[in-house]
Ligand binder design. Sequence first.
Ligand SMILES: Cc1cc2nc3c(=O)[nH]c(=O)nc-3n(C[C@H](O)[C@H](O)[C@H](O)COP(=O)(O)OP(=O)(O)OC[C@H]3O[C@@H](n4cnc5c(N)ncnc54)[C@H](O)[C@@H]3O)c2cc1C
Ligand code: FES
Length: 293
Amino acid sequence: MMENVLLPKLAKIVKSEKMTAIERFLQVEVLDKKFAEVFDYQPGQFIEVSIMGVGEAPISTCSIRTKKGVIDLCVRNVGRVTNAIHHLNIGSLIGIRGPYGNGFPMEEMEGSNLLLVAGGLGVAPLRSVLQYALKNRAKYKDITVFYGIRTYDTMLFRDEFYNLLAEGDKLGCKFYLSYEDSKDKQCISLEAEHSERCMCGVVTKLFERIKLSPEDTYAIICGPPIMYRFVVQELTKKQVPPEKIYMTLERRMKCGIGKCGHCIIGDGTSIKYVCKDGPVFTYWDALHTKGMI
Ligand SMILES: Cc1cc2nc3c(=O)[nH]c(=O)nc-3n(C[C@H](O)[C@H](O)[C@H](O)COP(=O)(O)OP(=O)(O)OC[C@H]3O[C@@H](n4cnc5c(N)ncnc54)[C@H](O)[C@@H]3O)c2cc1C
Ligand code: FES
């Protein structure tokens, strides 16, 4: 009999840490040893997380695979399913399906500079891109990260990114941080310590700080919908071609595998399933698909 692909596999929560007032880091481990053996995922892919009796939500993997069957997730509490996830304890069981989606074309980008632009929770999927690129450091030229936060309290993976701000160059990564609240004392002191890499303003202000060579740079964007337009404007000014600007999109999803039609965008000439054709698209795709950004 054919296996039902919509049937979740059980996974156990092995780590659960509060990151901010609304975000929690979870590490989960799949129980089925055979499945754990083959279960692998790429930066930019997502899994469907289910809580029995509550529902399912698509959540991006936020790291590369370091151990068979283990997945790192960063979950923002916004509604029914994500709230239920926040209330689970270590040892609780959840369901997972996937991995789904296309992910970022890490091989295609080899030999080029990478510019990662993240806003808020968007840093979660981009963290896996960064980990992949740093693990395969010799395959990429310059790696630059722009991370925009509102306040220090909303900063995700704080220790890790503080370390990159202070020591990133030694690891081959130029890390820049922008913050929006000009009165935030912790951000102000970060800026005083690292004035060349940290500044007050929206994430696009960081473009003032770098020189881009558009012919061999790929840009990867993830953040709130409003951010895309402004980041794309900056990249376009710097002449990065639309096909070298990647972004990952969020849409309401159900099946995650291109069957239910919940995530369709576009019209007659270009129809895309965000779950199956994406969630990673280029700006070129956005220019040719109605309603993409
Ligand atoms: C490919 C993909 C990857 C994602 N990765 C992550 C991740 O790594 N971490 C994370 O915390 N979240 C992620 N999300 C968003 C997450 O799936 C939604 O927040 C979640 O499904 C909300 O479900 P809920 O039952 O908790 O909220 P609901 O009770 O369904 O809704 C609560 C509120 O959130 C809004 N909402 C729900 N889903 C979405 C959505 N997809 N886009 C915009 N608004 C929405 C609703 O309109 C409502 O206002 C991702 C979404 C997609 C499509
Ligand atoms: S979520 Fe069902 S088709 Fe995309």
